[in-house]
Structures are given as structure tokens and as C-alpha cells.
Write a protein that binds this ligand. Structure first.
Ligand SMILES: NC(=O)c1ccc[n+]([C@@H]2O[C@H](COP(=O)([O-])OP(=O)(O)OC[C@H]3O[C@@H](n4cnc5c(N)ncnc54)[C@H](OP(=O)(O)O)[C@@H]3O)[C@@H](O)[C@H]2O)c1
Length: 239
């Protein structure tokens, strides 16, 4: 059985990626930080479908020791999905080092060091890394400078590692547009949501399934590396 590690796999897009990969015969390792119970519930759900086909691993990804410990706990790997991320506004006149560190460590440092530390295990299986990027890696989202910069960095990590890790590991990316409305500090009101929906050519949000289908497509596409696919309903046409 192939094994996939999905960071931030307990909720939302990450959980859908876990379910889709599992339906396609992967053993999934569901990484979580705070969502211990939700991750365990998802692992139980998947293990009830197929025995010993899902497990969970915790790690605070902004901590390099925790990243290395997570990698040491993984024996064999075919697919690494760098999905976990931090998203909240950082207006340019309110920038501070804490926000910079928190967003860059999770969104940039963690995927880079996870990829590096797991590259030998992936290479042994002719494996693949898929980074969940964002269309704002290319076209900045107002008031989100640090997040935009972090996603531009992970787009470059995708291309750089595709070169560095070839020919034994492929590295690709999926750039979601508007899929699930942000929560907490980044929450939008109805007026802001309507404004965003108007910009999308297909006039609706995508679904987590749209993202996980593209992840699966790339995982199966053994002659594609270094490519990032926008899954955005044509939103980039209007930006
Ligand atoms: N939602 C969208 O419409 C959208 C649009 C564009 C791009 N994206 C990208 O798609 C991916 C998934 O989006 P999402 O909205 O589903 O993500 P999310 O709910 O905002 O976050 C996913 C998970 O990341 C984990 N996480 C955050 N900081 C962490 C840290 N320091 N250490 C370890 N884990 C951490 C959290 O795990 P715990 O809950 O266990 O703490 C969280 O559940 C992200 O890369 C995001 O940038 C999403």
C-alpha cells in the first residue's frame, strides 16, 4: 500500500485530501497540531472502511525540532502533501515580526524542511510532493502581505525542489482560488463574499473535492513535475 502524509489533515481541504487518497488505496498519515480529536475521528472513520489504513501524527510545524521528529516517525513514504497553513490579514502599516515569523515558519519553513528531510524516503519509492499553494502567490490579496509572500515562496519551493529532487521525486503544486471561506481572524462579511464571488468566472466557490481531485491527478501523473495548477473557477482571468 502507498503511504501519504497530509499536513493539517484533520479539517477542511486537508481532510478531503485524506479521504480522496484513502479511497484510492493510500494509507494516510493525518498530521495535526491542535485538532487531535478530529484527526483521530477521521482516522477511525477510514480504518472502519479498511483496517490499518490511517494513522495520526502530531506536530507544531513552526518548530523545526517537531518537524524533524515528525519525519523520524515516518518509515516509508510515497506522497507528501504540504497543506497546513496560516492565513490572516497583516496590513502593511501593522507589520510585526511575530506575525512574519508565525506565517513564514508554518507556510514556508515547514514544507521546505519536511520535503528535505523526507526526500530520501520519497526517492526510494519514486515518490511525489504536492504543495498546496494559492492563486495569491502570483496576484497579491490586499491586506495580506505576509501570506502572499509566503505563498510566492512555496510556489518557488515547488519549482526549486522539482529540479533538486529529480529524477527520483516529482514536486508539483495546486493553487486553490476561493474554496472554503476563511475563519476566525480572516472571516469575511456577506458583502465581501459577494464581491469575491463576482470576480470568479464560474460565479461560485470551488469545493474541497475540486482540490483533492487535482492532488490525485498530479499524484498519478508520473511525467509531470515542477507544475502548479490553478483550481480557481477562472478567478485569475478577472484579477
Ligand atoms: N480555504 C480556501 O479557500 C483556500 C484558498 C486558497 C488556498 N488555500 C490553501 O489550501 C490549504 C488548506 O486550506 P484550509 O482553508 O483547509 O486550511 P486551514 O483550515 O486554514 O488550515 C489547515 C490546518 O493547518 C494546520 N496548521 C496551521 N498552522 C499550523 C502549525 N503551525 N503547525 C501545524 N499545523 C498547523 C491546522 O491544524 P490543527 O487544526 O490541527 O491545528 C489547520 O487545521 C492551505 O495551504 C491554504 O493556504 C485555501
Amino acid at each position: 500500500m502507498k503511504t501519504a502524509l497530509v499536513t493539517g489533515g484533520a479539517h477542511r481541504i486537508g481532510a478531503q485530501i485524506c479521504r480522496t487518497l484513502h479511497r484510492n488505496d493510500y494509507h494516510v498519515i493525518i498530521h495535526y497540531r491542535h485538532s487531535s480529536q478530529t484527526a483521530k475521528n477521521l482516522a477511525n472513520e477510514l480504518n472502519n472502511i479498511r483496517q490499518n489504513s490511517a494513522s495520526t501524527l502530531p506536530a507544531e510545524l513552526s518548530n523545526i525540532q517537531a518537524v524533524n521528529k515528525l519525519c523520524d516517525a515516518i518509515k516509508s513514504l510515497n506522497l507528501l502533501i504540504n497543506n497546513a497553513s496560516v492565513f490572516y490579514p497583516t496590513p502593511i502599516n501593522e507589520l510585526n515580526q511575530h506575525d512574519y515569523q508565525s506565517i513564514m515558519d508554518t507556510n514556508v519553513m515547514a514544507p521546505l524542511f519536511l520535503s528535505s528531510a523526507l526526500s530520501d524516503k520519497l526517492a526510494q519509492n519514486q515518490g511525489c510532493i504536492i504543495n498546496i499553494v494559492d492563486i495569491h502567490s502570483e496576484r497579491p490579496l490586499k491586506n495580506h502581505a505576509i501570506y502572499n509572500i509566503s505563498k510566492a515562496a512555496i510556489a518557488m519551493i515547488t519549482k526549486t525542489l522539482a529540479k533538486e529532487l529529480a529524477p527520483n521525486v516529482r514536486v508539483c503544486g495546486v493553487s486553490p482560488g476561493s474554496i472554503l471561506w476563511p475563519k476566525n481572524a480572516a472571516e469575511l462579511d456577506q458583502v465581501q463574499k459577494d464581491k469575491m464571488l463576482k470576480k470568479i468566472a464560474l460565479k461560485k466557490q470551488g469545493s474541497a473535492q475540486d482540490i483533492s481531485d487535482t492532488v490525485l491527478f498530479l499524484a498519478n501523473s508520473t511525467y509531470i513535475t515542477g507544475q502548479i495548477i490553478n483550481v480557481d473557477g477562472g478567478r485569475t482571468l478577472n484579477q
